[in-house]
Design a binder for this molecule. Sequence first.
Ligand SMILES: [Zn+2]
Length: 315
Amino acid sequence: MPAPAALPPTPAPAVALPTPPEKPTIVEQAIKSGEPIPAKKLFAAEKLPSLGKAMAIGYYPRGCLQGGVALPVNGPTWQVMRISRNRMWGHPNLVRFLERFAPAAAKATGWHGILIGDMAQPRGGPLPFGHLSHQIGLDVDVWFMPMPSHTLSADEREKTSAINLVSADWKHINTKTWTPQHYDFIRVAAEQPGVERVLVNAAIKQEMCRMQGAKHPEWMDKVRPWYGHHDHIHVRLACPPDSPSCRKQPPVPESDGCGKALDYWFSDRVLHPKPKPPNPNAKPPKPITLADMPPACKTVLAAPDKPLTALQKND
Ligand SMILES: [Zn+2]
């Protein structure tokens, strides 16, 4: 039997076929139904920032970001890591801070530049994993690691890990990984205008106190110990003047935070916390929903996307 002749190509329709109506997004559904969908799901679903003037809304661990801007993933003295997470967004003040800090840190350390971890999601809000804060576009993690001289591939940015500067017992710095350049890296961050906190592991703070001897410079007040932070600093900026509903955090205590103030962080309670006995009656924690967030965050979620041309504009 002869092979059937190939079918003639289907002619393209002269007019575009009608497309089915678009499915409402998870956000539209939630807003319409008032259903308690976890806010982290709603914010993670947004791939672009909202239209509107840049504004940090709410509190660092409970809020959102209007009119966010992106930090370019490659700068002269920085590269953004873990691009797949889409967390290179922030208030313009945060982007400006990084554009200032990166060359200053490179100069002070002799590094090629810095590696930038998480900032915020395009519209801020709670994150599905990784942090409690980073919600209003004023927090950023920067790795304790010099930027390599080459442009990292997308794969390298996902797979490279930051360097741990703390010893295995968590009581000292790791002399194999800690360098004097790390001291300057942290100092330059704390010296930048608008910076309220630079969070580091207590063992790192302790080493900086030790290096300074009896008298500590004023910027040391801003370098505060916190859990983790052995492989990155977390920089938190002050509420910007253009963001009236940004809630200020309490000022840092008027103290350099050296000496006795660090004892707590090396106590058994912190270093070897006792696991709590399981409670079979305990209810799982209720996820944060839109109703728990500042009302303006609903508007931010519902707002149209910012046009692509405006994504990196700093105003
Ligand atoms: Zn952080």
